[in-house]
Write a protein that binds this ligand. Sequence first.
Ligand code: ADP
Ligand code: MG
Length: 260
Amino acid sequence: MTPPAPPPISPTSPAGDAILRAEEVHKYYELGETRVHALRGVSVAVESGGFVAIMGASGSGKSTFMNILGCLDRPSSGRYLLAGTDVTSYDKRQLAAIRNRQLGFVFQGFNLLPRTPAIENVQLPTLYTPIDKPERARRAREALALVGLADRAAHFPSQLSGGQQQRVAIARALVNRPTILLADEPTGNLDSRTAVEIMEVFQDLNDRGLTIVLVTHEHDIAQFASRVIVFRDGSIRKDDPVPDRPRAREVLKTLPTLED
Ligand code: ADP
Ligand code: MG
């Protein structure tokens, strides 16, 4: 029997509509004498405007995969294409440049500067760009408006709820106008209603065309995405569209508020 033809490796091979494309990605971590095989041949294509949730047990490789998608780390083998560009062998400086242009990041911890008003926290990523000062402030206000916090620009993090702090962190991720938002457990520190409020923000942003990849271990949260990928032991175990995904805005109407 003839083996299947290998995939084309020319950098000009068509990437189709995928804005993110991982091909047979492996990742090894060297830890002294031991070698951890964290990703074992992961292939995923995410189309522009997609909204993907990544699930899987602790240690299954979710964060390792997100670090590669986010150009924070490189595959040990395989290829990674971002917006049609093969970035597999980019060095640190090149990765940082494409990261600043294309990607926004949200994490479980909000990582806001405590003695700094919301608007200045949101502006931080613009300090590494040539954008001038008035434009920085304008973009930060625009990003705060996108997450529904236009009226909280002058508040310090301590004057905001956990959900509001995470929304400031999302605004910060948006301020350089990325095409892709990567979020690793963004609702992990939030109560269940607030988590759904954050998913409402993500669904709104996705409706505006932002591509989103979100890691969560909560099944209910993953259902707000349009596709769920499940990792197990460094491999993809399932990759399915979400049928009849709920709209977070509608679900919120059915959830009790703090005052109830
Ligand atoms: P998840 O995010 O799904 O919990 P990770 O991607 O963090 O999983 O980890 C996948 C595997 O790789 C685990 O076995 C973990 O211990 C290992 N790992 C992750 N990061 C490192 C690292 N920096 N050095 C060594 N091993 C690591
Ligand atoms: Mg993780």
